[in-house]
Design a protein around this ligand. Structure first.
Ligand SMILES: *Cc1c(COP(=O)(O)O)cnc(C)c1O
Length: 429
């Protein structure tokens, strides 16, 4: 048996072809395997023209899912860009008030410029990292002969599920908190052909309901409680390590909502280290919005308590009060000597404006990363010279409303079609 499902608590094993998301003891399951290839295998695939090699997920297939190539449901996904920036981040250490800069003047930069990398997972086919997990979960769904797939979602999982289900020819149903999903994500989900159930309640209520519905109706659940999702999301870390020629950074920073990514990153790092792909272990920094911070609260009391809260934040992708992957995420933080931080909505939106104005752009939840870096640098936890990779989880256009609500009025001006009007408009301070 080269791959199996294994309980993270009692370590009981199950066959990979068994449809289950948790152990009989109630704990979460991981996909485990007994061997990992040499990392050289992945290098040649970067220049290959084959679809599964071009996928930033299936390039790592020996360590993701052992499945016949013909069964793989891939767009392809991954192979996202890594952006490196210095000056703009340095600038913001001088002044946190971005609104001070006006007109066409160039901003002033501070002299100490700090390097930072952004791995942009918003560049996946449906605009978020969720595609990395979905390609694997949908491949497994097809392999199991599922007739329907479902998830609860703050929007991005829905969009991803809908796109991959369309490709696989499987019926898609999404459970979303009514009125709480960004317009772009909902439109995408419907466009790809999914059925949306608008649940009168928050994400956590939708999550509870979808689990019950899947059990009762025989629909395959592809939330990140599904261990195959986690296997796909590991490749965010492996690909960024490969981008850095396997010189591990000091820190990897990730937004934290339902904690699937935090869990996946921890597993990816552990496996990369054990397989000898990297020789130093990066520290994981998981960042929550302060209005949706149950994991931060647990971290603060040394994980003695699992907190559940009613979540509220502008970053709707991480508006989650009872994260499903809590237990795996605790292990991820512990095994990477990681930390958990929280940032306010004002802090994350200020960071979002900076990322946007670097010409990179992201949705609000993704900007918790830069906001967290600022806080951790100010606290002396992240030190000058340390190499940092922030993972941007979602595309700028996913949540256009959050931008348009906050545009400074001197930057959007309606004018008559005359040159005088143009001059007047651009003259204003
Ligand atoms: C899903 C999502 C998150 C949260 O990831 P988790 O794995 O649930 O912690 C963060 N940002 C964006 C854009 C997302 O879509």
């Amino acid at each position: 048996m080269s791959e199996w499902l294994q309980c993270i608590g009692c370590e009981r094993r199950y066959d990979v072809m068994e449809i289950r998301y948790t152990c009989d003891c109630g704990d979460l399951l991981n996909v485990e395997r007994d061997s990992f290839p040499n990392r050289d295998v992945f290098e040649a695939r970067r220049t290959s023209r084959r679809t599964i090699d071009q996928s930033g997920v299936w390039r790592f297939r020996e360590a993701v899912l052992d499945v016949a190539e013909t069964e793989i449901v891939t767009h392809p996904e991954g192979a996202t860009r890594m952006y490196s920036r210095r000056e703009n981040v340095g600038r913001t250490l001088q002044s946190d008030d971005c609104d001070q800069r006006v007109g066409l003047e160039s901003p002033t930069y501070v002299s100490s410029r700090l390097p930072i990398h952004f791995k942009h997972e918003g560049e996946n086919p449906t605009g978020s990292f969720k595609d990395r997990g979905m390609t694997v979960a949908m491949t497994q769904a097809k392999r199991l002969g599922a007739r329907g797939v479902a998830c609860a979602s703050t929007g991005n999982t829905s969009a991803s599920l809908a796109a991959y289900a369309a490709q696989a020819g499987i019926r898609a149903v999404v459970f979303i908190p009514a009125g709480k999903v960004a317009t772009g994500k909902l439109a995408q989900t419907l466009a790809y052909g999914a059925t949306a159930l608008h649940v009168r309640g928050d994400f956590d209520a939708a999550m509870t309901l979808v689990r019950e519905a899947c059990d009762k109706l025989g629909i395959y659940l592809v939330n990140s409680i599904n261990p195959f999702r986690i296997e796909g999301q590991k490749t965010i870390v492996w690909e960024l390590l490969q981008d850095l020629e396997w010189n591990a950074p000091d820190w990897i920073v990730v937004p934290a909502g339902n904690l699937g990514n935090t869990s996946a990153f921890g597993k990816a790092l552990r496996e990369a280290f054990d397989a000898g792909w990297i020789t130093t272990m990066p520290r994981l920094a998981s960042i929550q919005a302060s209005g949706a911070n149950p994991f931060f609260r647990s971290y603060r009391d040394s994980f003695a308590t699992r907190h559940k809260i009613t979540a509220e934040t502008i970053a709707s992708a991480i508006r989650i009060g009872d994260p499903v992957s809590h237990a795996k995420a605790v292990t991820a933080i512990q095994q990477t000597n990681g930390i958990v931080e929280e940032v306010t909505d004002d802090e994350l939106m200020a960071a979002k404006r900076e990322i946007d104005e670097m010409g990179i752009g992201c949705e609000p939840a993704s900007a918790t990363t830069l906001a967290g870096v600022k806080k951790l640098r100010a606290a002396g936890i992240m030190r000058d010279g340390e190499r940092i990779v922030c993972v941007l989880t979602g595309h700028l256009l996913k949540d256009a409303d959050s931008i348009l609500r906050n545009v400074p009025k001197e930057r959007t001006i309606e004018i008559d079609p005359t040159i005088e009007a143009v001059e007047r408009a651009l003259d204003q301070p």
